[in-house]
Design a protein around this ligand. Structure first.
Ligand SMILES: *Cc1c(COP(=O)(O)O)cnc(C)c1O
Length: 385
């Protein structure tokens, strides 16, 4: 089976056995507990919904196949997945090398929560794998990557970095939220763990918060499965249903996100009031060759610099009508935001500027609306700028 077919069917095979319901869509199993016939044997394998739930189980099966993984685990949010992952695979005294342009919430989790437990983090510009290698210490246990990054769309070479890790027994974790499993599969490139905020493209409709971990190593899976239950940051059955439903249209949505984003990136690049566009699908992107090699599409996220100051940026953002001025990404609707005052406001200005997040930078999550409407909206807003 190919991707689009698996995304619709895996985990939701109708039960056609005698007495089976034949549901084409898996029911939302709200039961928190499951009755058994004998004290020592749960009927049907379920006992308590934190430990396991039929709707979540369907989602976890589907999550696994999307990343060509053996195992999938669902969580209450992307950050819940990250916290569970870090707490179960790392311990006091361990060191992690991470990309310096990580999702802000991930950095906050590392620096303000997990580092309290005696873990150390070093942030490097992972665009060059050598920087990752140089940061390795005796106690380094994990590489934590994100590619492309947010909002500057910097890439790192998953294959090259995973190889460095494998030689030294260091696990490589890739937050694959931005590309979705449709355009990039970290495990196929050698990474040990793929991670997603299902709030974004997998859910796809800005109506659910969730997270996922996919991997193939059985020993690591057992640890994570144990922690998923022991820590308990699990999604509700209704949330699982929403993500399952979202995933069914992932393939066609991603095609359209990609198509629209490429058009908008090219349009913006040619606009006199735009200074610079960051989109891996543009030939001007400094890592365009790597993008073509490790991704099968370029996704729906881009950022650009307006030729103007903060006042011009604010005026422009007020003028757009179809693009909603909002954080988050990956939904069917186009969103626009100002990283310096919204998603990345928690990073001190000096550090922001060091990474390249300037005051005139704008980020877009390109939706799947009609491309003509989107470009017309940008045109009217830019031309008055
Ligand atoms: C949103 C996001 C997260 C966090 O996920 P939540 O579902 O909001 O907890 C992590 N990584 C990336 C790249 C994200 O965009």
């Amino acid at each position: 089976m190919r991707f689009a077919t698996k995304a619709i069917h895996i985990g939701e095979e109708p039960d056609l056995r005698e007495g089976g319901s034949g549901d084409v869509v898996i029911p939302i199993h709200m039961s928190s507990t499951f009755a058994r016939r004998e004290v020592d044997k749960p009927t049907g394998g379920y006992e308590y919904s934190r430990t396991g739930n039929p709707t979540r189980h369907a989602l976890e099966k589907r999550l696994a196949v999307l990343e060509n993984a053996k195992y999938g685990l669902a969580f209450a949010s992307g950050l819940a997945a990250e916290a569970t992952l870090a707490m179960s695979l790392l311990k006091n005294g361990d060191h992690v090398v991470a990309f310096d342009d990580l999702y802000g919430g991930t950095r906050r989790l590392f620096n303000q929560v997990i580092s309290n437990f005696g873990l150390e983090f070093t942030y490097v510009d992972a665009r060059n794998p050598i920087n990752v290698e140089k940061a390795i210490q005796k106690n380094t246990r994990m590489f934590w990557l994100e590619t492309p990054t947010n909002p500057l769309m910097k890439l790192c070479d998953i294959k090259a970095i995973s190889e460095i890790g494998r030689e030294r027994n260091i696990l490589t974790v890739v937050d694959n939220t931005f590309m979705s499993p449709y355009f990039q599969n970290p495990l196929d490139l050698g990474a040990d763990v793929a991670l997603h905020s299902t709030t974004k493209y997998l859910g796809g409709h800005s109506d659910v918060v969730g997270g996922a971990i996919m991997l193939s190593n059985e020993e690591l899976y057992r640890k994570l499965k144990f922690s998923q239950n022991a820590i308990g940051a699990v999604p509700s059955p209704f949330d699982c249903f929403l993500v399952l439903r979202g995933i069914k249209t992932l393939a066609i949505r991603m095609e359209r996100h990609n198509f629209n984003a490429q058009k908008i990136a090219m349009y913006l690049e040619s606009h006199p009031k735009v200074k610079k566009v960051n989109y891996p699908g543009l030939e001007s992107h400094p890592q365009h060759e790597l993008a073509k090699r490790q991704m099968s599409g370029f996704g729906g996220m881009l950022s650009f610099e307006i030729d103007g100051n903060l006042t011009d940026v604010k005026a422009f953002l007020k003028r757009v009508r179809i693009f909603a001025l909002a954080e988050s990404l990956g939904g069917v609707e186009s969103l626009i935001e100002h990283p310096a005052s919204m998603t990345h406001a928690s990073i001190p200005q000096k550090e922001r500027e060091k990474i390249g997040i300037k005051d005139n930078l704008i980020r877009i999550s390109v939706g799947i609306e009609d491309i003509e409407d989107l470009t017309e909206d940008l045109t009217q807003a830019l031309n008055k700028a």
